[in-house]
Design a binder for this molecule. Sequence first.
Ligand code: DC
Length: 216
Amino acid sequence: MKNIKIAIDGPASSGKSTVAKVVAKDLEIIYLDTGAMYRAATLVSIEIETLDFRKIIEFLQENSIAFAQTQVFLGTRDVTQIIRGNDVTAKVSEISAIPEIRDFMVREQRRIAKGHSIIMDGRDIGTVVLPDADLKIFLIADAAERAARRYKENLERGIPSDLSALKEEIIERDRYDSSRKVSPLKAADDAIVFDTTGKTIPEVVDFIEGKARSLM
Ligand code: DC
């Protein structure tokens, strides 16, 4: 079976990580949540109180971001929960717009992808990180449905939230992520754009797996 690289991009709460995790499990390939990496960098910026990319990168070089099943680590510290909290979410677009932080992350992501099959989700996977990916999917969904999904997710994680504030925040984050100068959120020319509004997770998963299996 040939190695396959799958890029899943799209705006916040379009279902990327949920479907990517299922596809990774079903196809028995690695899953990389690149949003979690930018969230970890944001946590560093908040905790060491700096926007200086050198200090953030230096910290990340000494305390690598690592993944184990569903957990995310910064060095030996489990940061799975804290990187999903409101403080990190409010600041992550700002940190992920810093070009030097993006260069650092892209290098890491390509290193992780080398030599095996992988499905990665993010904003710039099909355009920048893996421009030669075998399959590029760009997931979209309307903002109201995405806010409702995030609300449900937050409830399940015990994170307090307000539905209308979530919708505003999602629209604002889309605007920021799409208009930034470096690697803006956009579909690659050769990506398949798939609207998940009103679709179930298995429907989206089946679509992606159908395409992937035909390439493997
Ligand atoms: O997927 P997420 O909501 O966890 O991503 C958090 C933020 O990180 C998002 O606002 C944009 C940024 N991001 C990015 O710029 N590039 C990526 N490849 C992944 C995420």
